[in-house]
Design a protein around this ligand. Structure first.
Ligand SMILES: Nc1ncnc2c1ncn2[C@@H]1O[C@H](COP(=O)(O)OP(=O)(O)OP(=O)(O)O)[C@@H](O)[C@H]1O
Ligand SMILES: [Mg+2]
Length: 338
């Protein structure tokens, strides 16, 4: 048992050995200037402190119900709004928004179009204020870092990327250790895409070629996670850089394998003893039951959403009152227990 406890502690400490510097280097504004040519056109705006306060404040969208008026009030930021609108226009009218590291992927369900496509600052606010991933960027950006140094100062930035219809089956995540791609995973592992198995060799070689031509030794760290997109003509594009560590989703691999695996294999069940040339490539095969989307658990019940987005705001208020009454009745009943 002692040995196991020792091993578990060691594993935990190695897995948590990501450095703050690595997180700093994965901020969009840090890598974008060097890799502009290979990624989607984007603009970066610094976010004023009052907007950050608004994003962090849970209570600013206020429902007032004094029997006669019902209003949803959100503060206005006229100057910032103009800058954002100008940037959106430059990018063609539709954008994909992010903060320094994360997009509000967990909040797309709240938007009327169920998508992260935004055309205005209010579209962006709705997503950002509903997203735990955005809150993570604002409050816990150095979670899982092992160094005790004080947290580096972060300047929060709104990243607007030109909206691009990406095909999920063409997105891949590459795990880079000591400047070598050790593993490639299908990014949307919840679905089976037939073409991936058929084109495995060409997908893998085009990604590796892209990596050695444009990425290798050009990123400030030697360990990192790279997201790429292979378009229909076979050209590979950079989508994002992420820290090599637990804050980043390891998709079809595990962080134990990625950190300790000597020779990673294509399937988790094979033993990793045979040396191989290229990286391990994993994708979802037809035998695997298609899994629910990992972001589903962030949603609220559909009924509630219908009420909040419905035209009749009083319905939501009635619903909340009803819930309040029910809870009061339940606690009264509990109080009667001996
Ligand atoms: N410019 C864009 N237009 C439309 N969709 C996009 C765009 N950029 C990214 N996406 C989609 O959104 C997904 C998430 O984007 P991105 O990787 O930038 O977010 P993230 O928050 O860094 O994600 P993760 O937490 O997994 O690192 C991508 O997999 C892609 O499907
Ligand atoms: Mg990312």
């Amino acid at each position: 048992l002692c040995r196991n406890v020792f091993e578990v502690t060691q594993i935990a400490s190695v897995l948590g050995s990501m450095k703050k510097e690595q997180v700093v280097n994965c901020q969009f504004s840090v890598w974008y200037p060097s890799f502009k040519k290979h990624t989607i056109k984007s603009l970066i705006l610094s976010i004023p402190q009052n907007v950050i306060d608004y994003l962090l404040d849970d209570g600013t969208l206020v429902w007032t119900d004094d029997e006669t008026t019902t209003a949803v009030t959100a503060p206005e930021f006229p100057e910032f709004n103009i800058k954002v609108q100008e940037a959106i226009n430059v990018l063609g009218g539709c954008v994909f928004p992010k903060l320094n590291w994360s997009a509000p992927r967990d909040a797309n369900w709240i938007a009327l179009n169920s998508s992260l496509q935004c055309q205005s600052l209010s579209d962006i606010f709705l997503l950002f204020k509903s997203s735990d991933f955005i809150t993570h960027d604002l409050t816990q950006s150095f979670l899982h870092c092992s160094d005790d140094s004080p947290d580096p100062t972060i300047n929060y930035e709104l990243v607007l990327r030109k909206w691009s219809e990406l095909i999920p089956g063409a997105e891949f995540r590459c795990f880079v250790k000591e400047n070598k791609v050790i593993a490639i995973s299908q990014r949307d592992y919840t679905q089976h895409y037939q073409h991936i198995a058929k084109q495995e060799a060409s997908i893998s070689s085009s990604i590796l070629e892209f990596f050695s031509d444009h990425i290798q030794y050009q990123f400030p760290d030697e360990d990192f996670v790279l997201d790429v997109y292979r378009d229909s003509s076979g050209r590979v594009w950079l989508i994002d850089f992420n820290p090599f560590g637990e804050v980043t989703d390891s998709l079809l691999f595990t962080w134990e394998e990625l950190t300790f695996g000597k020779y990673l294999t294509a399937s988790q069940t094979q033993e990793d003893t045979t040396p191989q040339d290229g990286p391990a490539f994993r994708y979802t095969t037809s035998e695997v039951t298609v899994q629910p989307s990992p972001c589903l658990s962030y949603r609220i019940p559909r009924d509630f959403l219908d009420l909040t987005t419905g035209e009749d705001a009083y319905k939501l208020i009635d619903f909340l009152k009803l819930k309040g009454q029910q809870e009061e009745e339940e606690s009264d009943e509990e109080g009667e227990e001996p």
